[in-house]
Design a protein. Structure first.
Length: 123
């Protein structure tokens, strides 16, 4: 099977409208994938997440969880009781997103030497 190279230039609007660009812009920050990885082990309360991720401020934890919830990757459930508890868990969409992230991680590990060499050449 042959492949045909596309010769049509990609415009800024093409890039801005690309679904992958939008997702990466929203979850490509420092903490989103870390939190999704923690949640892949099961639901966690806010304080559990706070203790699980070193270097993440409570303010940034709140902002990141809200963003992940807005994207539909994480669900937020309030558990009633004397001391109400909020649990965060991956949604089906979040689990499928993590599959793609794992594939990217495997690729990065397999090519880490090539990437490091390319960066060194660029300096």
């Amino acid at each position: 099977m042959s492949t045909v190279a596309m010769t049509v230039p990609v415009t800024v609007s093409d890039h801005e409208e690309c679904p992958a660009t939008g997702v990466l812009r929203r979850v490509g920050d420092k903490w989103s994938v870390v939190l999704l990885s923690v949640l892949s082990r099961g639901a966690h309360g806010f304080n559990e997440l706070d203790r699980s991720v070193e270097g993440l401020s409570r303010r940034m934890l709140t902002r990141t969880l809200r963003a992940l919830e807005e994207e539909g990757l994480v669900s937020r459930t309030t558990q009633p009781g004397v001391a109400p508890r909020v649990d965060y868990a991956l949604t089906e969409l979040g689990r499928s997103f993590l599959e793609a992230v794992r594939a990217l991680s495997l690729w990065a590990v397999a090519h880490q030497d090539d990437l490091a060499a390319a960066r060194a050449r660029a300096r």
